[in-house]
Design a protein around this ligand. Sequence first.
Ligand SMILES: Cc1cc2nc3c(=O)[nH]c(=O)nc-3n(C[C@H](O)[C@H](O)[C@H](O)COP(=O)(O)OP(=O)(O)OC[C@H]3O[C@@H](n4cnc5c(N)ncnc54)[C@H](O)[C@@H]3O)c2cc1C
Length: 322
Amino acid sequence: MADVPGDKSLDVVVIGGGAAGLNGALMLARSRRSVLVIDSGAPRNAPAEGVHGLLGRDGMSPVELLERGRAEVRGYGGQVVAGEVHSISRDENAFAVSLADGRSFGARRVLVASGLVDELPDLPGLRARWGRDVLHCPYCHGWEVRDQAIGVLATGTRAVHQALLFRQLSADVILFQHIVPLLSEDEAKQLRARQIRVITGEVVSLQVDNDHLAGVRLADGTVVSRDVLSVVPRMIARADFLAPLGLLMAEHPSGLGEHIPADPTGRTQVSGVWVAGNVTDIAAQVGASAAAGALAAADINADLVDEDARWAIDAAPAPIRR
Ligand SMILES: Cc1cc2nc3c(=O)[nH]c(=O)nc-3n(C[C@H](O)[C@H](O)[C@H](O)COP(=O)(O)OP(=O)(O)OC[C@H]3O[C@@H](n4cnc5c(N)ncnc54)[C@H](O)[C@@H]3O)c2cc1C
């Protein structure tokens, strides 16, 4: 990534160069806005081999998708740099976006597209399998694991729904009740009707052979053979750096994590700051995140167009009175 010298003031700084941030930057650069994307290089789907369910790009590697996105942004004069945003402050007219390495950039508006962190169940070996044979999303990887032996690790209220989703993809689904309290009669009925076995007892680790998941080990030592384990992570927006602006994370209405609330165009409660993608919509996949980035960018451009017009009126010479 190229570096941007000095503290030149920009129309927009975009924080995060995933699908949301890059699509936002693309729209802004095409609107002849000076835009800089700052990206720390850790997109959420990095462990996955391919991006699925994305029309026209199904199966493309996440790395290649973002490489193409950066090239497209640069093709219209947008800038993309590597770096981690540490804090943001504002004075009357502009934001100052500061990086962990000491650089700072001034901007009239900020688009935050920094994604989220998946908090995974604390089981030995589980994180190393994340995105490979420990999965969360039937739409991202479900087709790839169809007809395999799938386990669903219950960690919260969504476990039964998750098991039913994966049952659509394989006839061999086991729900590991793990640490979750007893199922309701309705839930048990649904599982029985769909031939999903329930195994009680705490899961203590994963059995991995030759770099493949082989099974799930229970506290009593039993290993239940499984090809794939599905978990529901808790999803937490990556947005601590917004706190000094008074923009705080809130519990997401789904109960599945924390996000930065915003209106449908991505406007936050802090004037001049927009959010897009997983940082606000924790359920958004790549297509929805990219679309949200584009929508927020259009709203930012509209806001800047209004401000440009106000500035032009203020700067115009007063009419000569005779
Ligand atoms: C294992 C896995 C597989 C998935 N597979 C699919 C799939 O097949 N299809 C699909 O549609 N969706 C998939 N998803 C969901 C997909 O990852 C998200 O929808 C998508 O990444 C959201 O895009 P985003 O731009 O909001 O965030 P991200 O892609 O996470 O991008 C955020 C960017 O911001 C950067 N960043 C964070 N903090 C800072 C900071 N302080 N300063 C600078 N930069 C920062 C990060 O490094 C990152 O590059 C998958 C998710 C996971 C976990």
